[in-house]
Design a binder for this molecule. Structure first.
Ligand code: ZN
Length: 450
């Protein structure tokens, strides 16, 4: 402010000084030009020159203003459209979060029109199309997102989800793998990629995925270790099938250590160790798992450790397994079966009745009927139990959590729908899942028999 004032004073002083200087030195000027003649004085000429320069400057500005107007108008319009486009983009994403299909589609179209950049509006338009059930449009939009590295990951994930929904595992695996490469260790992707690789039987790749997930910390500990157990258990099965029992036992034992309550790994490890003559170690594995997951497959593996033993010796040995989890229905049933074979009727009946109290099921009443027949030949009493069996809840079995199919034995993929690691041990009688087969649920819930 002060500087401008000083400048003003100085310029005024100079002008006044100049005017005075010119007034003190009068002189005439005569100009001849193209038959014209102008007589004037020097100060008038100077003033005329200054006015001429000022007039030219004003004219130039006017011309510039007229010529530049359309461009400025365009720039303002572009700015307004961009602002409106981003507002539509933001409102559209909010509409999607709120599940408002109609508004989302409308705003997506608006954002598309205003911004004119598919790679910017791809996510909104794709999600809006998805919400409206327009899979083709959604896919096209997700694909446009692959062009920019910033949006490629989301595009690939969207395409992967679409492939999963239409049951195209091969395409889903391809997209999942590319998404994982674009963003290794991405939250929530490791489990899906692992399952897709496992489903395709690519266990080596699945193992690599787990290693990367571990490095990036993108799968929680229990979840990752359970999947490691799945891989090791499959590799153990392959080694066993190839005739390498020692390698099979080693891998199965590793699987058991990765997830100590994963029943299939414990059973396999014990069976293979038993075949190598390492019964003591096998027994320790079974007892350890039975404590938290009292499962029939473990009792079967326990029995198989001494296939030729006397019935009475088997009862004694079964009592030892039962001590690991005395209240579990599987304990009662396994011991009752051993007692039945040894003709220890009273003991068999006691255990079956205890199991029937908490987990009544077909096999328990069928065994009670067998006792009546074999001990006393009491057909009437046997028929009474048989009648109860007819209306009793079904025996516990493996049930696929994805498709609901029931299956006798465990396998990593559901025999019906192929879903990976979705078989859960289900007891229809109580509606409970008496045996946690994954560490995450077991560690949270503790012993299921308590
Ligand atoms: Zn299934």
């Amino acid at each position: 402010m002060l500087r401008r004032l000083v400048l003003f004073v100085v310029v005024t002083a100079l002008l006044v000084a100049g005017a005075v200087w010119l007034a003190d030195r009068p002189g005439d000027v005569t100009i001849h030009w193209q038959g014209w003649r102008v007589d004037t004085t020097v100060p008038i000429l100077l003033i005329a020159l200054v006015l001429l320069v000022a007039a030219m400057e004003i004219a130039l500005r006017l011309v510039r203003g007229v010529v530049g107007a359309p461009r400025r108008w365009m720039a303002r319009r572009r700015e307004r459209r961009t602002r409106e486009g981003y507002r539509a983009l933001s409102d559209g994403l909010a509409a999607i979060a709120a599940g408002d299909t109609k508004a989302a589609r409308k705003l997506a179209r608006r954002a598309d029109k205003m911004l004119g950049d598919d790679s910017l509006t791809g996510l909104l338009t794709a999600r809006a199309a998805e919400l409206a059930g327009d899979a083709g449009e959604a896919e096209r939009r997700f694909r446009t997102m692959l062009d920019r590295p910033e949006t490629a990951f989301v595009g690939l994930k969207g395409l992967m989800t679409q492939a999963l929904e239409r049951g195209d595992g091969e395409a889903a695996l391809d997209f999942a793998r590319r998404a994982w490469a674009a963003r290794p260790g991405a939250e929530g992707l490791a489990a899906t990629l692992f399952d897709l690789q496992a489903k395709a039987g690519q266990w080596a790749e699945a193992e690599l995925t787990l290693a990367e997930a571990k490095r990036h910390g993108s799968l929680n500990g229990a979840e990752r270790r359970h999947r490691e157990a799945l891989v090791l258990n499959e590799r153990a099965a392959l080694a066993d099938a190839a005739g390498d029992v020692a390698e099979g036992a080693r891998l199965a034992l590793q699987a058991h250590k990765a997830d100590p309550i994963f029943v299939p790994a414990a059973a396999r490890a014990a069976t293979l160790l038993g075949r190598m003559g390492k019964s003591r170690k096998a027994a320790a594995v079974l007892e350890g798992t039975f404590r938290y997951a009292p499962h029939a497959a473990l009792a079967d593996a326990w029995t198989a450790l001494a296939p030729a033993e006397e019935p009475l010796a088997r009862v004694k040995r079964m009592e030892r397994l039962m001590r690991a989890n005395p209240q579990a229905p599987e304990s009662h049933v396994a011991l009752a079966e051993a007692a039945l074979a040894a003709k220890l009727w009273g003991q068999a009946r006691t255990h079956l009745e205890a199991a029937a109290k908490t987990h009544p099921s077909v096999r328990i009443y069928t065994l009670l009927a067998r006792i009546e027949r074999e001990e006393r030949g009491d057909e009437a009493a046997a028929q009474a139990w048989q009648a109860k069996a007819a209306t009793a809840p079904a025996d516990p079995t493996w049930v696929c959590a994805a498709c609901g199919a029931r299956t006798e034995s465990w396998s990593v993929g559901c025999p019906t729908c192929g879903a990976i690691d979705r078989l859960v041990w289900h007891s229809p009688g109580t509606g409970l899942l008496p045996v946690p087969v994954q560490s995450s649920s077991a560690m949270a819930g503790g012993s299921s028999s308590s």
